[in-house]
Design a protein around this ligand. Structure first.
Ligand code: M6R
Length: 605
């Protein structure tokens, strides 16, 4: 969601800015722009389209200036439509800025600044922030003071890169809540929203903290405290191998990432095993989970759906009462919290604003928080009291796939470790479970991947369905929720997940001739009950695709796919549904990796 890039060096800035913007595309955006210090002043080029359109516009300039410094941006529209006017950078007076985040009080500030003579050409909160910086700069002629002034006037979140016309060839950056990093490399100095924009040039970077200012010049990168005094910072190593972020021979990142699932499981699990058993001293070094009387899992989207699978394992295996909460709703609920409650926040990116806000809230209330994260050095890692890492590698496609598989796997492992500690199961049983996770599940998924043509054929049969219901009971329902999300977000088919037994309490009214229903059935306990629900659907003309873990009579459903997972059906069958959604979206001509309106990491609340 929105991406910032900045460059100051001895070489031409524009190619670096454009390259950086291409690397940030995966975050999701709908317009793009850049601004450079040209010899005759600051020059801005913007477009309502893709980075490729911006590049075309730049290349078509009659005289392209040689500029050594500049800023660029991909905008995901919040305040104001995705038009060229609303695209960043925004220039007001002597200042040009790009901004991620939201200025919550921009309405009142806009009116105040208009009274002072400022004229706004866009509908954005960013232009208001640029005006504040200009106002501060005009008043004292000092940039750190202008930044302090602007920061003191706004509420909300921001990561900003700014250029001030009189201060040639310099880029200034500051932030609150939204992340920003700086890096220095042999070919210049960089600023970016995340490491993927710089990792091809350097293996180290500086996370910019709140209350700090980064200053990029062609000959160096420096940092200031908010009061303008110099600040020494130590670089941090980039832990992610950026080559893993390439899609290689795969046509899409999403397909490549689905294929990464077996490795994601093995690498995530292996890091926490000692002598074939999950190590509590690695998984729970501070004893939070051991001491917990109740566990609250808080997350968004796919991470939340993984949490729901985790809830099942924590309760069933470890006897630990577990509650799942939607991060964006959590702060408005009134949970009765008590001593012994522990919080687990799940986030692939570690940058999801709703999840981070909930995390700050519970920590502010004095509770401890564990983050289950895929991205090292992310904000969630820095905020948490303890961290559990999934090792799925970078996930670039907007649709989360391998991260979900890794999250469910790690939750299963942790639940086993806690269950062993609480003597709910013995070491022999835990060893068997670990074997099923570490050994059997990756093989089951590899077989499914090898059978992808069959999945494609099923997708082809149903991809024109105008809507689809996913039904299941218990764990199968939680998987139905994730499968439905996957399908709707990339294929734009209206999908809904329903607990199979709940259908007849209202929703079955929507079933008519050929309505598509995907039924998920695993284990013995719910099998006959869900089969009854399938019969109810078919009696009303609905078409049923059954995905199950064992043999079923072919006449039970219109189509049948078996995922023969011994213990980890949600983990393995998730891959069937990821492929199902992928092929469906492809056949419908959708942009699989960058679905409309979506952002990879959702950095506004
Ligand atoms: O980075 P996070 O795991 O915190 O992201 C949470 C959701 O935004 C994310 O899972 C989203 O639902 C995905 N697009 C689903 O595929």
């Amino acid at each position: 969601m929105c991406g910032i890039i900045g460059y100051c060096g001895k070489e031409e800035a524009a190619p670096y800015l454009l390259k950086g913007l291409y690397s940030l595309e995966y975050r999701g955006y709908d317009s793009a722009g850049l601004c450079v210090f040209a010899p005759q002043g600051m020059l801005t080029v913007k477009t309502a389209g893709r980075v490729a359109d911006l590049q075309q516009k730049w290349d078509a300039l009659p005289e392209r200036p040689f500029a050594r410094c500049g800023i660029g941006h991909t905008r995901w529209a919040t305040d104001g439509a995705p038009t060229e006017k609303n695209a960043h950078p925004h220039r007001v007076g002597s200042v040009s800025i790009v901004h991620n985040g939201i200025i919550e009080n921009s309405g009142a500030l806009r009116v105040e600044l208009q009274k002072k003579g400022y004229v706004f050409v866009s509908q954005t909160d960013t232009e208001v922030l640029a005006a504040l910086l200009d106002e501060g700069y005009q008043a004292v002629g000092n940039i750190p003071a202008a930044i302090r002034y602007a920061e003191s006037r706004v509420t909300g979140s921001f990561a900003v890169a700014a250029m001030f016309e009189p201060e040639k060839d310099t880029v200034w950056a500051f932030r609150k809540e939204s992340p920003l990093i700086a890096a220095t490399a042999p070919n210049g100095n960089f600023l970016a929203s995340d490491i993927f924009a710089v990792s091809r040039y350097t293996s180290q970077y500086y996370p910019l903290q709140e209350e700090e200012i980064a200053v990029l010049r062609p000959d160096g990168l420096s940092f200031l405290q908010k009061d303008g005094t110099p600040l020494e910072k130590d670089p941090v190593s980039i832990l992610t191998d950026s080559r893993q972020a390439e899609k290689g021979a795969f046509p899409h990142h999403m397909l490549k990432e689905i294929f990464d699932a077996p490795d994601a499981i093995r690498e995530t699990v292996a890091a926490y095993l000692r002598d074939g058993l999950p190590s509590l001293s690695l998984l729970d070094p501070k004893g939070f989970l051991r001491r917990a009387k109740r566990l609250f899992i808080v997350a968004c989207g796919t991470a939340l759906n993984a949490g729901k699978i985790g809830k099942f394992y924590f309760e069933k295996l470890a006897g630990l009462s577990t509650y799942c909460a939607i991060a964006s709703e959590f702060r408005y609920d009134s949970p009765i919290l008590q001593d012994g409650d522990h919080f687990l926040f799940i986030t692939q990116s570690g940058e999801t604003a709703d999840t981070l806000a909930a995390m700050r809230m519970v920590r502010g209330m004095g509770f401890s928080a564990t983050a289950l994260v895929n991205t090292p050095n992310s904000t969630a890692v820095n905020l948490a009291d303890s961290v559990l890492y999934t090792r799925a590698g970078p996930e670039i496609a907007v649709a989360s796939t391998k991260a979900y598989v890794a999250q469910c796997s790690l939750l299963y492992l942790v639940a086993n470790a806690v269950a062993l500690y609480r003597e709910k199961i013995n070491a022999v049983a835990v060893r068997e479970n670990v074997h099923a996770l570490y050994h059997d599940a990756p093989i089951c998924i590899a077989n499914l991947l090898a059978d992808r043509e069959a999945v494609r054929a099923i997708s082809q049969k149903y991809c024109e369905a105008p809507s689809c219901f996913f039904i299941g009971r218990g764990l199968d329902y939680s998987l139905a929720e994730e499968s439905s999300l996957k399908c709707k977000e990339i294929s734009y088919i209206h999908c809904e997940a329903y607990p199979a037994g709940e259908l007849k309490h209202g929703t079955i009214a929507l079933i008519e001739e050929n309505t598509l229903v995907v039924a998920i059935v695993s284990g013995e306990m719910v099998r006959e009950k869900t089969f009854s629900n399938i019969r109810e659907v078919r009696a009303r003309g609905g078409k049923v695709l059954l995905v199950t873990d064992r043999h079923a009579e072919t006449q039970v459903a219109d189509d049948l796919y078996i995922v023969p997972a011994k213990k980890l059906f949600p983990v393995c069958a998730a891959v069937f549904f990821q492929l199902f959604a992928y092929y469906g979206a492809l056949l419908r001509g959708c942009d699989v990796d960058k679905p409309r309106n979506l952002a990879k990491s959702v950095t506004v609340e």
